[in-house]
Structures are given as C-alpha cells and as structure tokens.
Design a protein around this ligand. Sequence first.
Ligand SMILES: C[S@@+](CC[C@H](N)C(=O)[O-])C[C@H]1O[C@@H](n2cnc3c(N)ncnc32)[C@H](O)[C@@H]1O
Length: 275
Amino acid sequence: MQPVIQTITETFSFLANQTDLSPSPQINQYFTRLVTSALVPLPEAQVTTILAEVESQIGLARLRELCGTGETALEVHWAKQLANAPDMLATLHDFPYYQNYRHMVQAELALLRQHAPTAKSVLLVGSGPLPLTAYFLAAEHGMAVECLDINPQANQLAQAWLQRLPTPLPITFTSADVRNLTPMPQADVVWLCALVLGQSESEQERLLHTIEARLWPGQFIGIRSVKDLRCLLYPKVNCRCCTNLQFKGVFHPENEIVNSFVVLQKPPAEPRSAQ
Ligand SMILES: C[S@@+](CC[C@H](N)C(=O)[O-])C[C@H]1O[C@@H](n2cnc3c(N)ncnc32)[C@H](O)[C@@H]1O
C-alpha cells in the first residue's frame, strides 16, 4: 500500500472514533496530517489511484463528511474564543488558518477582478461561525459583504466576535437557506463557500440550478471547489451543469491553499434596440 493511503486510512480511523472533534493538540495533529497529505502534488495517474483506493477502503463521502464536521467544530471553537478573548485581534491572528484564508481571498479576488473590476458587494453564502472570507473582503479589500447562513446559531457566533472589532466593518447577516432566497440580493457577486452545495453530485447540481435561475443578468458567481488530491477534503463541484452561465475563469492553488475558485457570470441583459 502507498504510504499516503496508509496515512489517510490510519488518520481516518482515529478521527472517526472520536466523540468530539473540537480542537485539541491531538485532534489538530491528525487533521493537519490529513490536510498535508491532500496538498502533495502528484501526477494525475497517481491521484486517480489514490482516490480510487480511498473510495474503496473508507468511502470518499465518509472522509469528506468527517472533514466537514471537523471544520465546523474548529470554526465554532474559535468563534467562541474570539467572543471572549481579552485581546480579540491578537487571538484572531493565532487562528491556525488565518494566513491561509488571507491568501485564498487575495487569489480569488484577483481572478474575480479580471472580469468584474468594479465589483464592490458580495453575498457570501455559507459564511459559518468564522467568516474570515467576509472579514478579509471587507477589512482588506473594501467590499461590502452580506453573510448568509442557513444556521442562525452560526450567524450569532460570527456576530458576537465581529462586533468586537475596533472599527466596524460593512458586514451584515441573514439567516436563511439559499434555496429559499427570492429574490436573490443584488450584490455584484454571489460567493459560494465550501460545503454549501452538499456532498453528492446530484445535490450539488440541483442547488446550482436553483441559484443559477435566480441570478440577476450580469451578476457574477464565484464557487469554491477542489482539484486533485484536495478532493479528499471536499467534494469537487461540477460547474459545467450551469449551462445558462458564462464561464470566466478558474484559480487552482499550488501551495497551502486548499480550494479552487471558479468564476461564472449570468449574461448581461441585451440592450434594447432603438425603434
Ligand atoms: C462551515 S462553513 C464553511 C465555510 C468555509 N470555511 C469557507 O470559508 O468556505 C459552511 C456553512 O454553510 C452553511 N450552509 C450549508 N448549506 C447552506 C444553505 N443551503 N444555505 C445557506 N447556508 C448553508 C452551514 O450552516 C455552514 O455554516
């Protein structure tokens, strides 16, 4: 067996047997091992073999669900820490993926701005208890962000720490399922966080079609996906099903960033011809 497969199966069986995936030195160590394995650049044939082997030994959906549960536990833990920390900003810098989020948002925005240079507002779908995407978009790039999460508790946790910032940021919150959001807010960009579209391809496709149908003419959509071995951590999103959207570009990371970012646009309305 390839060493990477052994690492993944051993890590999975340790984490799957834990009753609580909240951060602790041991849980962190095992998740770090998993993430590090997914970041190794390998030839395509080897990636295919590893994913097929993990599928048969564990099931990719089970592994990704475990990662999703771990990510939510990590976000809830840090949001609570931040709400109570004596020095909130210092604690925020201690979040282990702080720089990672910062670099990811920079790369995503660089791609988006090639196609939407004047974009100023974002609807962030699935913002979660630790909306660092919203934080960086607003604090470092001057964007106004509406955070949308299906879980009102996630929004409460996020607001509790964001309202402690010394300078308020243009970030607002809505608790709703994106499926029930009619009309779609007229933000310049709808930004889909990882894990929003669900695990299965059919679930993803249904949700993407619902969103696609509600986008405004000219509105952009950015979707977090994954490529290669990073598919161990999140499901890959197949954007090809969005036949009514124009594909604009994709960013695939080659460093410690996990998610790819796909940018699409609903075609702008045809100008009315003069009669
Ligand atoms: C844990 S966060 C992941 C965010 C990730 N850290 C990122 O920045 O890409 C995913 C969030 O999506 C939310 N979510 C899942 N399905 C949703 C839906 N249909 N509408 C709105 N929010 C949703 C969940 O409640 C969860 O808080």
